[in-house]
Ligand binder design. Structure first.
Ligand SMILES: C[S@@+](CC[C@H](N)C(=O)[O-])C[C@H]1O[C@@H](n2cnc3c(N)ncnc32)[C@H](O)[C@@H]1O
Length: 342
């Protein structure tokens, strides 16, 4: 039987909820309050049957905890974003609050639906928030939401509130090739709400039956969308949106020691190749991203799939790896890696 030793250290003082993880060392840190629970399950760690039983139960318990976390996050993004990090917001909040300084700027260089950066802006957890996104369709929405032009924003809101969604209408909008940013933004919102999984990349099909058999209307909440965008416009003085390449933004702010970063790149290495079908821009140089982030003077949290190549890239730069539980879109409980400096 192959049993690796598990050393258990009771750590009553640490407030850090990110359990640092190193696959080479089987040390588990738990809070003192968990000592009794741990003693209850301790015998099951060492027998094959016990391990199986424990894994099943642990997944059930973890699934419940993950659900509770997501319910604590106000949904303020107009996007339903594939690979969106709503579930990670409580963890990032805790991390920012524990940094020991108020970030002069919070930067999300791969913004997408930007739920993390938006939360920082709305909850006033940093002086300024910088969001960057390369995809012109996604960028169009952010340019209207955070832009100076009230008429453009009003136009977008009116289109959303007045739209009568039918398959013909949706197809006409999706097939259109608008020139203006506001029309592009409207097309993006329609695509994001009516295409399966919110996928904006070429080849995404329309939602068929949708939630409760409501078809195209199953994710169409016009008033809610406008309310969210109105809230975001109310904090636009502290948000800067950049349509461009994440690497330029990283270079620009690299020397700021009071910057805090949330870095969630498209991921297309390892076992999961999800990134390549979800986003128009899905390929980046991950080694270069690790080099760039390892060189910034501020603090960052970077998130990646739990894959051996990623662990190696982080280790090679002396970065700290933590694993957090998440539930994917198919409600499967799995791990995601969080990578940071210290
Ligand atoms: C995993 S998603 C981010 C999801 C986001 N954290 C959320 O919660 O919605 C990665 C995003 O990076 C964008 N992207 C890809 N390459 C980029 C680049 N070089 N610069 C900026 N954005 C890029 C993709 O278009 C995609 O929207």
């Amino acid at each position: 039987m192959n049993i690796s030793p598990i050393a258990v250290c009771i750590n009553p003082h640490s407030e850090d909820t990110l359990t640092q993880f190193d696959p080479a060392i089987s040390t588990v840190l738990v809070r003192a309050a968990n000592e009794d629970s741990l003693n209850l399950v301790r015998p099951y760690f060492v027998t094959t049957d016990g391990c199986q039983a424990l894994t099943g139960r642990a997944k059930e318990a973890a699934a419940k905890l993950v659900t509770v976390n997501v319910a604590q996050v106000p949904l303020i993004s107009p996007f339903r974003y594939p690979g969106g990090k709503t579930w990670l917001v409580p963890e990032v909040r805790r991390w920012v609050n524990g940094l020991g300084f108020r970030p002069s700027v919070f930067i999300e260089p791969f913004a997408g639906g930007a739920i993390v950066g938006l939360t920082m802006a709305v909850e006033n957890l940093a002086d300024r928030v910088v969001l960057c996104e390369l995809d012109p369709d996604v960028a169009a929405v952010w340019r209207v939401v955070f832009g100076q032009n009230d008429l453009e924003a009003r136009w977008l809101f009116d289109q959303i509130l007045g739209a009568k969604l039918s398959e013909a209408f949706v197809r006409t909008i999706i097939d259109s090739e608008p020139e203006s940013v506001k029309e592009k933004a409207f097309r993006t919102i329609i695509k994001n709400r009516c295409q399966r999984g919110g996928i904006l990349a070429p080849g995404a099909g329309l939602v068929k039956a949708g939630e409760n058999g409501k078809g195209l209307l199953s994710r169409w909440y016009p008033e809610t969308l406008v309310k969210r965008m109105t809230l975001l416009r109310s904090v636009r003085a502290r948000v800067e949106f950049i349509q461009g390449n994440a690497f330029n933004v990283i270079r620009e702010h690299a020397a700021n020691p009071t910057a805090a970063w949330f870095v969630d790149p498209p991921y297309s290495l390892g076992g999961k190749k999800a990134g390549s079908r979800l986003y128009l821009h899905n390929s980046i140089d991950h080694e270069m991203l690790f080099d760039s982030m390892a060189g910034v003077d501020g603090q960052f949290l970077m998130t990646y799939d739990d894959a051996p190549e990623v662990i190696e890239m982080a280790r090679n730069r002396g970065l700290v790896i933590a694993r957090v539980l998440m539930k994917n879109t198919h409600h499967k409980v799995m791990y995601e890696l969080l990578i940071k400096k210290t």
